[in-house]
Design a protein around this ligand. Structure first.
Ligand SMILES: Nc1ncnc2c1ncn2[C@@H]1O[C@H](COP(=O)(O)OP(=O)(O)OP(=O)(O)O)[C@@H](O)[C@H]1O
Ligand SMILES: O=C(O)c1ccc[n+]([C@@H]2O[C@H](COP(=O)([O-])O)[C@@H](O)[C@H]2O)c1
Length: 229
């Protein structure tokens, strides 16, 4: 009986990949990275969390949250291992990741393990985020993926460029910025797709194609709602 209970307990642990982003708009690199991480780490599912008020993009013009959320919902609809959360969109204040993780824990309970997925570009700024130590403490892993264009020009370089994810030189430099980070960090080699939301917004404004860089349902949504014109 005890064994059975233990096995039920083990089975109910959920390993949840968290893909936070402004998603203005969501694109195929977000989706490909999320799927790669899900399979590589054998996660239960990926939770996409569009930001409400991104704390670091206050001066940017931002598409209203309901549109960014709707585009995420359309983009992930065909993948049963992808879900979307309104947790940040429904929150009145700035979307601090440390607070989002606390609220997610209240919603999902103690058996949820969180794996926060982050592009190498964002990882390099993590030490400047609100309460970065608190973020690390709430995660089972911080999962970094490479992003084309963020390489030797940056202060740290980019381990994904060299296909050598075990290079300890990066660990030392990352630890100097944020002590304790390497204990939580997992690097996953995901497809390197040179797609960015900034470029896609500019493409729409200039009448250039965006098809094949995002799911058709998102392209159609952008057209129907006259976004980014
Ligand atoms: N092409 C990409 N490859 C790997 N990771 C990416 C890529 N694009 C975005 N990400 C990661 O996805 C997360 C959410 O990104 P975000 O929604 O800001 O998209 P973006 O393309 O960077 O947008 P913008 O150009 O508006 O800054 C971040 O962790 C970011 O590093
Ligand atoms: O909590 C913070 O201080 C913080 C600062 C910058 C970014 N973030 C989160 O990082 C994720 C990716 O952000 P972005 O700008 O690449 O869309 C998204 O979930 C943001 O809410 C969080």
């Amino acid at each position: 009986m005890e064994e059975q209970q233990r096995s039920q307990h083990t089975q109910s642990v959920e390993h949840i990949g968290i893909m936070g982003g402004t998603f203005d708009p969501i694109h195929n690199a977000h989706l490909a990275v999320a799927e790669e991480v899900r399979v590589a780490l054998n996660l239960s599912y990926i939770l996409f969390i569009p930001t409400g008020q991104p704390p670091h993009k206050r001066t940017h013009h931002l598409t209203p949250a309901q549109h960014r959320l709707a585009m995420v919902e359309r983009a992930i609809a065909s993948n049963p291992f992808f879900a979307c959360s309104r947790i940040e969109v429904d929150w009145a204040g700035p979307s601090y990741t440390t607070d989002t993780l606390k609220r997610l824990r209240e919603q999902l309970g103690s058996r949820a393990c969180f794996y926060f997925i982050i592009g190498w570009d964002s990882l390099l700024d993590l030490h400047k985020w609100h309460d970065p130590e608190g973020i690390l403490a709430q995660l089972t892993a911080l999962v970094a993926v490479g992003r084309p264009g963020y390489s030797a020009s940056g202060a740290l370089g980019n381990p994904f460029d060299q296909d050598n994810l075990d290079n300890t030189e990066y660990n030392t430099k990352l630890e100097e910025r944020l002590p304790g980070i390497t204990r939580r960090l997992r690097l996953v080699q995901a497809p390197m797709l040179e797609i960015s939301s900034t470029d896609l917004r500019q493409r729409v404004a200039q009448g250039r194609p965006i098809r094949y860089q995002m799911p058709d349902a998102v392209t159609e949504y952008i057209r129907e709602h006259h976004l980014y014109q």
